[in-house]
Design a protein around this ligand. Structure first.
Ligand code: MEV
Length: 311
C-alpha cells in the first residue's frame, strides 16, 4: 500500500517558489494506492468515486491526466510497459490546494516501489513525484510532493540552485486543531504562480518589500510554533494572508471565509495553497471554537473540514 498525504501550508505559500522558507503540515486526508497482479494488457485502474475498470493506457479523456502522470512515474522508475491493476482511493478534495495532485503521485510511486521491489528510499520517491508535479504545475516549489511523501510538520526551503531542498522536521508539544474552509472552486496553481511572477516582474520594488516581510513572518512563526505561542501564530497567519491578498491570489469567497473564522473567535485565518479559489484555514486550538467555526462555514454554504496540524 502506498500513501500520499494531503497538506496545508501554515506559512509561506507562493513565496516558497522563490526560495523563501515555508512551514507545512500534513492533515488526516490522504490518497492510498494499491497494486495487484494483472495479466491483461496495459494498466487496469479503479479510482474509487471516479471510475472503475478503465485501462489507463487506452485513450480516454477522463483518465488522460493520470495516464500522463503514470507515464512520467514509469519512465522515472524504469518500469515502462509493465502491466498491473492499480486501485486508488482518496479522501483529499481535488484541485483546492490541499495537495491532491502531489499525494496521488507519491502514493503511486510508493506502491510501485513496493510492488516491484525497487528498494527506493523516500528521498527518491519525493524526487520522482516532483517530476509529475512539474507536469501539473509548471514550476512548483516541491513543497507538496515533500509533505505528501514524509507527512508530519516540516520546514521546507527550495534550493534555487537546483540541488537538494532543505527539509527540517519540526516538533510541537501537541497537535493543533484547525478548520479548513473550502470554497469548492478550483484554483489553477500553474496560472496563479505564473500571474504572481508577472506581477513581481512588473513591480520589483513593491514585491521586494512584500517578499522580505513574508520571509520575516516565517521566521517568527517557526519560533512561535516551537514556543507553543498560538495567539502569535494566529496573528502571523493574518499578516501572511494580507500579503497573499497583496500579491493577488485571494478571492472574495476566501476573504469571506477568513472574516467568518475571525468573527467566530479563530486565532488567525489564511489562504492555504495557491488561492484563486481553493481553501483557507482557521487556527482554532479549542474544540469549542473549532466546532463553532466549522458550523459557521457550513451555515454560509462552505465546506468546513475539522482537522489537526502537527500530528
Ligand atoms: C503549493 O501548494 C502552492 C504554491 O506555493 C506553489 C508551490 O509551492 O509550488 C502556490
Amino acid at each position: 500500500m502506498g500513501v500520499g498525504h494531503g497538506k496545508i501550508i501554515i506559512m509561506g505559500d507562493h513565496f516558497v517558489v522563490y526560495g523563501i522558507p515555508a512551514i507545512v503540515s500534513s492533515i488526516d486526508r490522504k490518497i492510498i494506492a494499491k497494486i495487484e497482479q494483472w495479466n491483461g494488457k496495459g494498466i487496469l485502474c479503479d479510482y474509487k468515486g471516479f471510475w472503475k475498470g478503465k485501462n489507463l493506457m487506452q485513450d480516454d479523456k477522463e483518465t488522460e491526466w493520470l495516464r500522463n502522470v503514470m507515464n512520467i512515474l514509469l519512465n522515472e522508475l524504469n518500469l515502462q510497459g509493465k502491466k498491473f491493476y492499480l486501485k486508488l482511493q482518496s479522501s483529499i478534495p481535488v484541485g483546492v490546494g490541499l495537495g491532491s495532485s502531489a499525494a496521488i503521485s507519491v502514493a503511486i510511486a510508493k506502491e510501485l516501489n513496493e510492488f516491484f521491489e525497487l528498494g527506493l528510499n523516500e528521498e527518491r520517491i519525493c524526487e520522482v513525484a516532483y517530476k509529475a508535479e512539474e507536469f501539473f504545475h509548471g514550476t512548483p516549489s516541491g513543497i507538496d510532493n515533500t509533505i505528501a511523501t514524509y507527512g508530519g510538520l516540516l520546514k521546507f526551503e527550495k534550493n534555487l540552485a537546483g540541488g537538494k531542498n532543505r527539509i527540517e522536521r519540526m516538533k510541537i508539544e501537541k497537535p493543533i486543531r484547525i478548520v479548513i474552509g473550502n470554497t469548492e472552486k478550483k484554483g489553477n496553481t500553474k496560472e496563479l504562480v505564473e500571474a504572481v511572477r508577472e506581477r513581481k516582474e512588473a513591480n520589483p520594488k513593491e514585491y521586494k518589500e512584500i517578499f522580505a516581510k513574508a520571509k520575516k513572518l516565517v521566521g517568527e512563526a517557526e519560533k512561535a510554533l516551537k514556543e507553543g505561542d498560538l495567539r502569535k501564530i494566529g496573528e502571523l497567519m493574518n499578516e501572511n494572508n494580507a500579503l497573499l491578498c497583496k500579491i493577488g491570489v485571494s478571492t472574495a469567497e476566501l476573504e469571506e471565509l477568513c472574516k467568518i473564522a475571525l468573527e467566530n473567535k479563530a486565532l488567525g485565518a489564511k489562504i492555504t495553497g495557491a488561492g484563486g479559489g481553493g481553501c483557507m484555514f482557521a487556527l482554532t486550538p479549542e474544540e469549542k471554537v473549532q466546532e463553532r467555526v466549522a458550523e459557521a462555514f457550513e451555515k454560509n454554504d462552505y465546506e468546513g473540514i475539522k482537522t489537526k496540524i502537527g500530528v
